[in-house]
Design a binder for this molecule. Structure first.
Ligand code: FAD
Length: 402
């Protein structure tokens, strides 16, 4: 057992944090205030390899492992959740499912432009009437010759207005429950496909969140991902990747809350002394430290299992549940430590508090993860092998050009 980051992982972490301090932190408050997606960061993130960090080099990825993916998420979310969301969705929910479930032809066609950031991908599962209960989805895909015609509405979709590739889910067999769902890759510009933004969010203002509308969108069979009826499994395996980035990102938030709280508490004085000297303040910071230490172990274990190619739905769910709840508490305490100043966006902790609420809702609410963990503990839930499992990380295969 080795709890140290390798030299390579330490370098990646330093590089991502440096990127966040240089490119994200100086500008993000203005983007958050104006509810604008910082589009100019996409080519910069692509240049650093973040948009394809754990994709093999032969698909123009950076050829790194899943721990590296977690470190990218952590470092980006140290600056802002919205920026980490881009990687979680584009890579975790769009590109990695193609890597796991796509045919060789689909991988060769779809992955390189995604890894290079020339195409941006999103993930459309949630609908106005179906969130946690995926099987309640109303979107339909019916066969028409060799094609499919897709109709339906997707809601709360991150990057819906930014993306030009859409991994969406629709029922091909409406009476078959989760076994009747199929996954499709759609392209912007196809007739019948429209998107729009959702206004009035509580947080992640610098993230683009919106809807996708599909009216008889003609999708060639070559754009079906996996077999008919495999959509639910594809969606759940995609969530295994993205939940991991959400958990790792929450570590970045906790770290930010500790740093901001320490800096403020050392200079803010009440009753003649810095507030850091009060044990009630120290307790809040110690609680953040406890969450950080425990959360990191959960994230790294999930990342390590991913590198081994071992199914990690249980561990990833635990990491996501624990870390996002802990980040929300840390941000709440960080605002408390900042007093009235924490209630304004003059300090970053106010943004972190609004942002952390989204992460306990998406990628499985905390209630859904509680139910999952209860079912694992009681033995009621056991994960069965899938037709396509994510392969174990093999550095020579991932870094080879061929
Ligand atoms: C900022 C943001 C970005 C998002 N991005 C995406 C995206 O890119 N793609 C995408 O597909 N979706 C996205 N979502 C949607 C997100 O995944 C859903 O909001 C989430 O799955 C919950 O679904 P819901 O909102 O419909 O809540 P519901 O499922 O309606 O749940 C409502 C409440 O009931 C609780 N609940 C539900 N079932 C149970 C149960 N069995 N037992 C106990 N409690 C229960 C829930 O925990 C919640 O508290 C995003 C959401 C947000 C806020």
């Amino acid at each position: 057992m080795d709890f140290n980051l390798t030299q390579e992982h330490s370098m990646i972490r330093d590089m991502v944090y440096a990127f966040t301090r240089r490119e994200v932190m100086p500008i993000i408050r203005d983007y958050d205030r104006s509810h604008t997606f910082p589009k100019h960061l996409l080519p910069k993130m692509a240049e650093q390899g973040f948009l394809g960090v754990c994709l093999p080099v032969r698909y123009d990825g950076a050829g790194m492992d899943f721990i590296s993916l977690g470190l990218v998420a952590e470092g980006l979310e140290y600056g802002d959740s919205s920026v980490r969301e881009t990687v979680a969705v584009h890579l975790g929910l769009h590109a990695l499912p193609i890597f796991q479930w796509g045919t060789d032809e689909q991988k060769r066609e779809f992955l390189p432009p995604l890894a290079r950031g020339e195409n941006i991908g999103c993930f459309g599962l949630t609908e106005p009437g179906a969130g946690s209960d995926v099987a309640a989805m109303a979107s339909r895909a019916r066969k028409d010759g060799g094609d499919y015609l897709l109709s339906g509405e997707k809601m709360w979709i991150t990057l819906s207005d930014v993306a030009n590739r859409f991994l969406v889910f629709a029922k091909t067999s409406p009476d078959a429950g989760t076994n009747g769902i199929t996954a499709f890759i759609l392209e912007r510009g196809w007739k019948g496909l429209t998107t729009g933004a959702i206004e009035g969010k509580m947080g992640v203002h610098a993230s683009n969140t919106g809807w996708i509308n599909m009216e008889d969108v003609r999708v060639p069979a070559s754009h079906r991902l996996g077999e008919e009826g495999e959509g639910f499994k594809i969606a759940m395996s995609a969530l295994d990747n993205a939940r991991y980035t959400v958990a790792a990102g929450a570590i970045g938030i906790i770290r930010a809350c500790i740093d901001e709280s320490l800096a403020y508490a050392r200079v803010r004085k009440t009753f003649g002394k810095p507030i850091i000297e009060y044990q009630l303040i120290q307790q809040m910071i110690a609680n953040m430290g406890q969450s950080l230490a425990a959360g990191e172990l959960l994230v790294w274990k999930a990342g390590w299992l991913k590198n081994q190619g071992v199914r990690n739905t249980r561990e990833t769910s635990m990491a996501k549940w624990f870390c996002t709840d802990a980040a929300r508490r840390a941000a709440d305490d960080a605002v408390q430590i900042h007093g009235a100043y924490g209630y304004s966006d003059e300090y970053r902790v106010e943004r972190h508090l609004r942002n952390t609420k989204s992460a306990v809702i998406y990628e499985g609410t905390s209630q859904i993860h509680t139910l999952m963990q209860a079912a694992y503990i009681s033995g009621e839930r056991k994960d069965k092998p899938m037709r396509c499992e994510m392969p174990a990380y093999d550095p020579s295969a991932w870094q080879s050009e061929a």
